[in-house]
Write a protein that binds this ligand. Structure first.
Ligand SMILES: [Zn+2]
Length: 462
């Protein structure tokens, strides 16, 4: 058997159109594309890191997982949203199926793996780990080996990646990437895993921190920025690290390169809670003069029908009598209220008077099951061209200021995939129509492992 049998290189947020544009300068990724199949990979809704990697690895949708973003409602009250860590994932993931079939696995930095899962092999947690003083590896002693291998303390993430200190962010992004690949090489040599999987977060962080320096389509683009090639240079660096890792793998190793979603320029922010306030859905005891974070104690809940949470996409919660503590919508009016709100948001004009292009989803439409407490509506502002802002106060529904710090990019619905497998030479065949739900059943089928009968995805004809 080749070591590893399967190598998965996750590139969080890697954008397929950038890869296509630059593949002439990315020889290792280009070679995988020329020998395998490649194309765009449709993400889940929402196209957000948490839950997207867990959807990819479990074959389940966010509703089945009950994970609707980084932060979720834990109860029907009005308290703060709660971060969904790996404990929220109740379905088996790829390494569970492979481990049960006798595969030794080594996984590094896969979002949704804190606390570290007890895999058949070794695991290094993701950025959800609070720090490296917490137990962030399986087995716990693996942390000491990481310390011995690396010149600097292991980075779980780029600290404060929405900062104006661009040089510091860039240095941390490279350290993050180099450490991931260095650990992968060590684990490959010392553990001889059958599955080796790492996820690089640098691609996500570099997009969010540097997109406006690269893209004339970005509203804040400045020609000739010293950072204009920062993203390109990072993709080239990544390609070199991928080449080194591939050189250490067996020639027969099957390779999957995949991103959980893509990236696009961020055109601005839609102030969802301010809009709900101005439309009379949300009532406050006192209206702030300047934008302030959403504060549940400032809300007059008895007169509030809906409120929202911001981020790369928007979540809207309805305040329903008998369901929420001070519900204002009669249960019999729920569907009519929800439909009217969805219609108003869908028709919303942007700052130039043309339709913003909002897309509004109900969980029941897009998921096979709805576990936990889902938002009543999910909003893609401008179909993800706009971020959703949770702060309210002051005037206007649109802003150029992000309420959580500088951010140049939003997520895009389609990520990328490349699958190169010498046992199935594909000679660079393009492949379209693949969804994030198809990856797990396709890999299980490739290795003759039975998949649950109720998976949403299909086995791809790779
Ligand atoms: Zn992501």
């Amino acid at each position: 058997m080749p070591i590893p049998r399967l190598l998965i290189i996750g590139l969080d947020c890697a954008e397929p159109t950038l890869l296509e544009r630059w593949r002439g300068d990315l020889p290792h990724l280009d070679r995988l594309m020329r020998t395998g199949v490649s194309g765009q990979l449709e993400s889940c809704i929402p196209a957000i890191t948490v839950p997207a990697w867990s959807c990819l690895l479990s074959g389940r949708d966010p509703g089945e997982l009950g994970i609707y973003g980084f932060r979720n409602r834990a109860a029907r009250g009005y308290g703060a949203l709660v971060v969904a860590d790996g404990r929220a994932v109740r379905h088996p993931r790829l390494w569970d199926y492979l481990g049960a079939a006798g595969w030794r696995v080594a996984i590094i930095g896969v979002p949704g793996t804190y606390p570290p899962p007890a895999v058949n092999g070794v695991a290094v947690s993701c950025f959800l780990a609070p720090s490296t003083t917490a137990t962030f590896t399986h087995p716990p002693e693996l942390a000491d080996r990481l310390t011995a291998w690396l010149a600097q303390p292991y980075l779980l993430d780029v600290p404060d990646f929405r900062s104006t200190d661009k040089d510091r962010i860039l240095a941390d992004i490279y350290t993050l990437c180099d450490q991931r690949f260095a650990v992968a090489q060590r684990l490959l040599a010392e553990e001889q895993p059958d599955l080796l999987m790492l996820v690089d977060m640098g691609t996500d962080r570099v997009h969010h921190a540097f997109w406006k320096h690269m893209d004339p389509a970005h509203p804040d683009y400045v020609a000739g920025s010293p950072y204009q090639d920062a993203i390109f240079a990072y993709y080239r660096h990544l390609d070199r690290r991928i080449g080194e890792l591939l050189a250490a793998c067996d020639a027969q190793t099957a390779v999957l390169v995949v991103s959980d979603h893509g990236a696009r320029p961020l055109m601005g922010g839609f102030r969802l809670n301010q809009w709900l306030l101005d439309q009379g859905y949300l009532a406050l005891h006192t209206r702030p003069v300047v934008p302030e974070p959403f504060d549940p104690s400032a809300v007059d809940w008895s007169r509030t029908r809906a409120w929202g949470a911001g981020g790369y996409y928007g979540r809207i919660f309805l305040n329903v009598r008998g369901r929420e503590p001070a519900g204002a919508i009669a249960p019999a009016d729920y569907e009519a209220e929800r439909s009217a709100l969805a219609a108003a948001l869908t028709a919303l004009p942007g700052p130039d008077g043309a339709p913003l292009g909002n897309r509004v989803f109900t969980p029941q439409q897009i998921y096979r099951k709805v576990r936990g407490i889902a938002p009543d509506l999910l909003l893609y502002a401008g179909d993800l061209a706009w971020r959703v802002i949770g702060k309210l106060g002051g005037d206007g529904w649109f802003t150029r200021e992000n309420d959580t710090g500088p951010d140049d990019a939003n997520h895009a619905q389609h990520g990328l995939f490349i699958f190169a497998d010498l046992a199935r030479p594909a000679a660079g065949r393009p492949f379209s129509g693949l969804t994030i739900y198809d990856i797990l059943p396709s890999l299980l089928a490739r290795y003759g492992i039975a998949a649950p009968p109720d998976l949403r995805g299909r086995v791809a004809a790779w």
